[in-house]
Design a protein around this ligand. Structure first.
Ligand code: DOR
Length: 444
């Protein structure tokens, strides 16, 4: 039997704990969920293979609203194929590839090319994020409408890596995306407060270490401005990588007013603190920067109570020659796709702050809804595409940066022992990864 035939056969996922709410069976036929329940096997066609999921939690396939895949332009750091494989290993069935590539994804053609390369790789659905402004220059709006109406159906727009700091440009972008129910994802960072040399959180520690920092208010002031622009325009704004307690306060207020704002937090901002900078290890250099423990606590609380809607990785691969420098000179960013679920499991589920159903909301249905995806994050219900992630909730993993599907090695989780791990990922009924290995690298 060829591997493709094996992958195409109907599968009975037996005994999986659905969203952590009880064990049952899920039958997958022709890429869709055909039956759910103890009697699912009665609908199984001949030739169905059984997948023993005893003790595993079943979640709808994870969706990452914020990934950097580096193709085109920096294929030495990551390609759409290697990033897609890392995503599948991490339990994802869809990712959104940020526009800060070279060239920038600011045209319909560029957006369609990302979709095509994603389909060719075949591990996850790769959706392009369209740039808000041409070449991310912050001045002139990119082809938002053409990207939205293209085959790529772009709905999420961002200049991520840079802030859309001109309020007039941000206002116009918000007005424009209303026409196709799009959303502007903002990298909230006032460049005049951040300064050119800043490389970390500004505080007592940065002063002691002699590192130029930028303050939390550089983020919070833009978030405050943007929620008011969202109220004024009636449009949707999304706060990328929220990182401070002040941002959480603004979000809480804005949501109470009924303003259409959503927000994400990264795995690293849920777990790592600015204290790590005492090592001067550039693996911890990221934008927005790691913050003090009080901010981490506020972000966890906000994710738990829904003030922050989702988790997104900001997976930012970099080659050694860009990352291994003095802290001030190194590139910003860290890997995230392969460990995100384990970090959320460790920080939020193992601590009792969230249930597995909550994880499904913040890592699958929530991001899919923000991006208006029709075929992801629908939940594990009959008729839905069989996008499924099986998680071993008790497995302890000690992360080894050398064992990664990503091309890059800037992994901040190296050496950490995390509780809970992705066991298997399925995209429309096809197994794409199992226990850290993608299809083709293993006999999945
Ligand atoms: O740390 C970061 N790296 N933050 C960003 O906003 C951009 C990203 C990148 O592209 O490397």
């Amino acid at each position: 039997m060829t591997s493709t035939e094996q992958r195409d056969r109907p599968i009975l996922v037996k005994g999986a704990d659905l969203l952590g709410e009880g064990a049952t069976d899920v039958l997958v036929v022709d890429g869709a969920i055909a039956a759910v329940g103890a009697d699912a096997d009665q609908h199984a066609p001949t030739g169905t293979q059984t997948l023993d999921a005893d003790g595993l939690v079943a979640l709808p396939g994870l969706v990452d609203l914020h990934t950097h895949l580096r193709e085109p332009g920096r294929e030495d750091a990551e390609t759409i194929e290697t990033g897609s494989r890392a995503a599948a290993v991490g339990g994802y069935t869809a990712v959104f590839a940020m526009a800060n590539t070279d060239p920038v994804t600011d045209t319909a053609e560029a957006a369609e090319r990302v979709v095509d390369l994603g389909q060719r790789a075949g591990y996850v659905d790769v959706h392009p994020v369209g740039a808000v402004t041409k070449e991310l220059a912050g001045a002139e709006l990119a082809e938002l409408g053409l990207m939205a109406r293209s085959r790529a159906r772009v709905r999420v727009f961002s200049d991520d890596g840079r802030c859309v700091h001109d309020a007039r440009v941000m206002r116009r972008a918000l007005e424009y995306v209303l026409a196709f129910d799009g959303v502007v994802s903002q990298h909230a960072q006032d460049p005049t407060l951040a300064g050119r040399t800043a490389c970390c959180h500004e505080g007592e520690l940065s002063g002691r270490l002699g590192l130029p920092g930028w303050p939390g208010v550089a983020e919070e002031s833009i978030v405050a401005r943007d929620v008011m622009l969202a109220r004024h325009t009636g449009s949707r704004v999304h706060v990328a990588h929220a990182s401070t307690a002040g941002t959480v306060e603004v979000l809480r207020w804005a949501k109470a007013q009924g303003i259409a704002v959503t927000a994400e937090v990264t795995p690293h901002h849920l777990m790592l603190t600015t204290d790590l900078l005492t090592t001067y290890d550039p693996v911890y250099k990221v934008n927005p920067p790691l913050r003090p423990a009080e901010d981490v606590a506020a972000l966890r609380a906000a994710l738990g109570d829904g003030t922050i809607d989702i988790v997104a990785t900001d997976h930012a691969p970099h080659v050694r020659q860009d990352k291994e420098h003095a802290f001030t000179d190194a590139a910003f960013g860290m890997l995230g796709l392969e460990q995100a679920l384990s970090v959320v499991s460790t920080t939020m589920v193992a601590t009792g702050a969230m249930s597995w159903a909550d994880v499904a909301r913040v890592m699958s249905t929530g991001p899919a809804a923000i991006a208006r995806l029709r075929d992801q994050g629908q939940g594990l219900v009959v008729g839905a595409p069989a996008n499924l992630t099986l998680v071993d909730p008790t497995r302890e993993v000690t992360v080894d940066a050398a064992r990664s599907a990503s091309l890059s090695r800037n992994n901040p989780w190296h050496g950490h022992t995390l509780t809970g791990a992705v066991h298997l990922t399925m995209l429309r009924g096809l197994v794409t990864a199992r226990k850290g290995l993608t299809w083709g690298a293993s006999d999945v």
